[in-house]
Design a binder for this molecule. Structure first.
Ligand code: MRU
Length: 329
């Protein structure tokens, strides 16, 4: 577990989170001993990315157990932080089912969830690496080590492709409004020595039209039973552009991101975040005071735009109703 970059670390009853709000200019680790502070950290995006949120919430429950807090209340509080990433609810459900509910058993389960997520990312890399042709792969948001237990989902596939010798460079969408691409993906890839070029979101079509993009790979926050995929706002537009230019569009996500209880994308709850994320950039106001703002944090890419979904259990292809079900057999 130690050799991979991870945005969270557990040691002797303390959870440490890399404060992703401060990247790339400051690398600050914060320590958490109270599950209420962990809930605030998730809500305020100290930690973000679906699998990383799930791992963090699991450690939050472990902290609550160590403090002899009411576990059902702690789970409810952690569940109320962010609505779209289903990994949060999946991890909390795993913690809720631990029996007996001793602090030791809950700590063990949280560590298992974290370690399994890293293993799942590496398996996604192994399954997905061969899908990426040499050249340029475009990604949106940050589905990297920072967004997972470690290694990354979409960036894990890219890491694995580079490791097997595919000559790849990455085009990273900046990902307005929270700038996960500019701040996090660019930082993470540069740290890993993988060539990356940062573009603004509205440049993707231009580069695709000029033949500069050979594939797209993104992560996911929740995948419905039919393959419709919620991911960071702007993903849907990238998928439509990819289709227009006959570029394969891949989603990489662990099975903990698949919500088979939801038939299609219409059932996926979409988080609406504060207007300030849109009216301000880096704390500087860029829009008139009082302007009406829309800020959905995610959109849904219909399954018909998705070439394949890479999971730790293999690669699902259309028709997704069948291939997704097969991943769980
Ligand atoms: O709002 P965020 O930063 O939590 O959104 C993150 C994303 O949309 C990621 O692409 C997704 O969670 C997959 S992370 C492996």
């Amino acid at each position: 577990m130690n050799e991979v970059l991870s945005p969270l670390a557990w040691s002797h009853g303390v959870l440490a989170l890399l404060d992703q709000r401060l990247l790339p200019t400051e690398e600050v680790w914060r320590e958490y001993r109270d599950h209420r502070d962990v809930a605030t950290a998730i809500r305020e995006m100290v930690v973000r990315g679906a699998p990383a949120i799930g791992c963090t919430a699991a450690y939050g429950v472990a902290l609550a157990a160590l403090q002899h807090a009411d576990l059902d209340e702690a789970i409810a509080l952690l569940a109320a932080t962010r609505p779209t990433a289903v990994n949060l609810f999946w991890a909390l459900e795993r913690m809720r089912r631990v029996a007996p509910r001793t602090p030791e058993a809950l700590v063990r389960e949280a560590i298992a969830i974290h370690e399994e997520d890293i293993a799942a990312c590496k398996a996604m890399g192994a399954h997905g690496a061969a899908l990426l042709p040499a050249g340029c792969v475009l990604t949106h948001c940050n589905a990297g080590a920072l967004a997972t237990g470690g290694y990354g989902s979409a960036l894990g596939v890219i890491r694995a492709a580079v490791a097997r010798g595919t000559k790849l460079e990455v085009l990273a969408d900046e990902t307005r409004p929270f700038l996960q691409g500019a701040r996090l993906t660019a930082w993470e890839l540069m740290k890993s020595g993988i060539p990356v070029t940062l573009i603004t979101d509205n440049m993707a079509g231009h580069f695709m039209a000029r033949g500069k993009v050979q594939s797209v790979v993104v992560g996911a926050d929740r995948i419905a039973a039919n393959g419709d995929t919620a991911n960071k706002i702007g993903t849907f537009s990238v998928a439509v552009l990819a289709r227009e230019h006959a570029i394969p569009f891949y989603v990489a996500a662990p099975r903990s991101t698949i919500d088979r209880a939801i038939a299609d994308g219409r059932g996926i709850p979409i988080e609406e975040r504060a207007p300030r994320e849109v009216t301000h950039v880096g704390g500087v106001q860029v829009a008139p005071t009082g302007v009406a703002v829309g800020n959905p944090a995610f959109d849904v890419t219909p399954a018909k735009y998705i070439t394949a979904i890479v999971t730790e259990a293999g690669v699902a292809r259309p028709p997704y109703g069948e291939s997704i079900a097969a991943l769980f057999e």
